[in-house]
Ligand binder design. Structure first.
Ligand SMILES: Cc1ncc(COP(=O)(O)O)c(C=O)c1O
Length: 390
């Protein structure tokens, strides 16, 4: 498990490195790609071997027998998360943005409101708007530099047209691991306002030592009649290009609606993703994730210390995810100015905070799932770009 040896991704048609000049004006040659959420690491050898075996066989036909796939998901959820899942509850989608779209189609109508706790993963709002539904932003409270739920304020924002709540747990950006009490608060909020709760737990394995993620059905067992869970191997094992995710639903009535949409759209499994999943959800995969989190912990410490040394900048202490959320408000600069310094002077591509919704504009999101050397280089470049503040 070597996370230090650099792997050149330039020229592989990847979005992170090969699109950053077009999107951010940061040339791949000499620039640092610290934006979209994939990692610069190879997955565990078990996953590599599964893909290699497919390539050696050389037949890439339709996927059929999902027994090993479903068993591995059930094993992972039980052993890593203490959560019992039945095979019949699992739907396979082409990723979780696809899963979000399916849920919107299954449980809402055009014009319905969908609650997001902002700032939050930008594709949620994009998908909601593209589907002709309305985003109902419920801003997170920023208390002592970390995000908290604000149910009283959110109650007042409800108009009666909302049908669904999309929770990001753990939260992207900011990296909060929601406590069981906070999760129960979300469940009660959804009951109070009669909302379907979609809990996107794609980051649930990327939790730092000392933190514990609680799956929503364990925190609030009484919510399962209105709960949709979303999980995937892709973020954990850096195999997002396989476009495979799971929508897991215990309630038969909700299941029937999702099954109807899957039938209507003709969605069936991607054989690469279906073969990679049992290889990832394995004892070897588990050991790899533990090593990954130890490595990312070192990156997190290095990045946080480097940013704390620049007056006016502060990265939010991550409890989970490899997506550092940098508060630039202390610089007194407008976003255009700090973005120009980061992109033009430091030559780093990051996600702009405004795209995450209300509360995000004075932040930048840095992906620190890269080599330690790249994180060190980013820190040096940031310190140089903001030298006048020191
Ligand atoms: C909360 C969340 N959900 C979903 C996704 C993307 O999921 P997929 O690649 O399976 O569509 C991301 C990617 O960063 C994410 O952060």
């Amino acid at each position: 498990m070597d996370f230090d040896t650099p792997i050149n991704r330039i020229g592989t048609h990847c979005v992170k490195w090969d699109m950053m000049e077009k999107l951010y004006g940061v040339p791949a040659d000499g620039g640092l790609a610290m934006w979209v959420a994939d990692m610069d690491f190879r997955p565990p050898a078990s996953v590599q071997n599964a893909v290699q075996a497919m390539a050696d066989h050389g037949i890439y036909g339709y996927f059929g027998d999902d027994t090993a796939y479903l068993d591995s998901i059930r094993w992972w959820m039980k052993t890593r998360h203490g959560w019992t899942v039945e095979a019949a509850e699992i739907f396979t989608t082409h990723g979780l943005v696809n899963g979000t779209g399916l849920c919107l189609a299954a449980f809402t109508q055009p014009g319905d409101g969908v609650v997001l706790t902002t700032p939050v993963y930008h594709a949620f709002a994009r998908t909601i708007k593209a589907a002709g539904r309305e985003v109902r932003e419920c801003p997170l409270a920023l208390t002592d530099g970390r995000y908290e739920m604000d149910f009283d304020a959110w109650d007042r924002l409800m108009t009666g047209t909302e049908r669904m709540f999309i929770l990001c747990s753990p939260h992207n950006p900011g990296g909060r691991v929601w406590t069981p009490d906070e999760l129960r608060g979300v469940a009660e909020f959804c009951q109070r306002h009669d909302l379907i709760l979609v809990s996107d737990e794609i980051h649930h394995d990327l939790v730092f030592p000392g933190q514990k993620h609680t799956p929503m059905p364990l925190a609030a067992p009484g919510i399962t009649d209105r709960l949709v869970m979303m999980t995937a191997t892709t973020k954990t094992f850096n195999i997002a290009g396989s476009h495979t995710g799971n929508v897991i639903i215990a309630a038969p009535a909700l299941r029937a609606k999702v099954a109807a949409q899957i039938g209507a759209l003709g969605i069936s499994g991607n054989s690469f993703g279906m073969m990679m999943t049992p290889a990832a959800y394995s004892p070897e995969g588990a050991a790899w994730v533990d090593a990954l989190m130890a490595y990312l912990d070192g990156n997190r410490s290095l990045f946080d210390a480097g940013m704390a040394a620049i007056p006016g900048l502060r990265s939010m202490p991550l409890e989970a995810t490899y997506l550092s959320w940098l508060d630039c408000s202390g610089t007194g600069m407008e976003p255009a100015e700090f973005i120009a310094r980061v992109e033009k002077e430091a030559r780093i591509a990051t996600n702009h905070g405004a795209s995450f919704g209300t509360g995000g504009a004075h932040f930048l999101r840095f992906n620190i799932a890269t080599t330690r050397a790249n994180v060190a280089a980013a820190v040096e470049r940031m310190q140089a770009a903001f030298r006048d503040l020191q």
